[in-house]
Design a protein around this ligand. Structure first.
Ligand code: CA
Length: 226
């Protein structure tokens, strides 16, 4: 996988980003995606599903520290933090950002490629741990992504999945789920929930046949495997 890995570069200095992209693409044949602001980084992360993020700390829009926290809240994807000051690294380590490595500016592009390779090698020993369950749900955009594939869901299927994904491992009864998908208290039968869940499971099975992250708990309801 390492030769086709996708690297998201979050760096506001265009020249530096260009050097990194050239180096990562030409010397290591990674694919890259670049954003120059902190506040667009998370959108790019959700859409591009990168294998690794190179994250500058001083960014317009949103600080790199916040970007790192936002990524960690939904994903185990490796993050390499780039900082302008060596002295910062001790402080950063103390913050327990969950970054996988740190690189100081100025750096040589060769050093960056070496670090990227090392971190990816480590990450690839646990292939499915990038995202818990491989599922990413973006409620603002009404977009769900499973194991790197965008899911085409009806609005009801989306609200079901989004609700289950917010509380992995927690069991919800059919009644509770019915209130989520029909907040207007419309009267529908239990079977309606079962039908929507069945369809949702089919969408997930289309992506990963033989695996099922939505579990039915006999006599109780449904939950998302955690
Ligand atoms: Ca910067």
């Amino acid at each position: 996988m390492s030769s086709a890995a996708k690297i998201l570069i979050v760096e506001d200095e265009a020249k530096l980003a260009a050097v990194l992209r050239d180096y990562l693409e030409q010397s290591a044949s990674y694919t890259t995606h670049w954003v120059d602001r902190g506040d667009t980084a998370m959108d790019a992360f959700i859409h591009e599903q990168p294998d690794l993020v190179l994250l500058d700390l001083m960014l317009p829009g949103l600080d790199g520290l916040e970007v790192c926290k936002a990524i960690r809240a939904v994903s185990d994807t490796p993050v390499i933090v780039i900082t302008a000051r060596v002295e910062e690294i001790d402080r950063l380590l103390g913050l327990e950002l969950g970054a996988d490595d740190y690189i100081c500016k100025p750096f040589s592009p060769r050093e960056v490629v070496a670090r990227v390779k090392a971190v990816l090698r480590r990450a690839n020993t646990a292939p499915d741990s990038r995202v818990p369950g491989g599922l990413l749900v973006d409620e603002e955009k009404h977009a769900a992504n499973y194991k790197g594939t965008g899911l085409k869901l009806t609005p009801v299927e989306f609200s079901l999945l989004a609700h289950l994904a917010k509380h992995p491992g927690q069991i919800f009864s059919r009644n509770q789920l019915m209130n989520i998908i029909y907040p207007d208290y419309r009267i529908v039968s239990d079977r309606t929930v079962d039908t929507h869940v069945k369809n949702l499971r089919q969408r997930l099975a289309d992506v990963a046949p033989g695996e099922q992250i939505i579990e039915s708990v006999y006599g109780m309801g449904y939950r998302l495997a955690d």
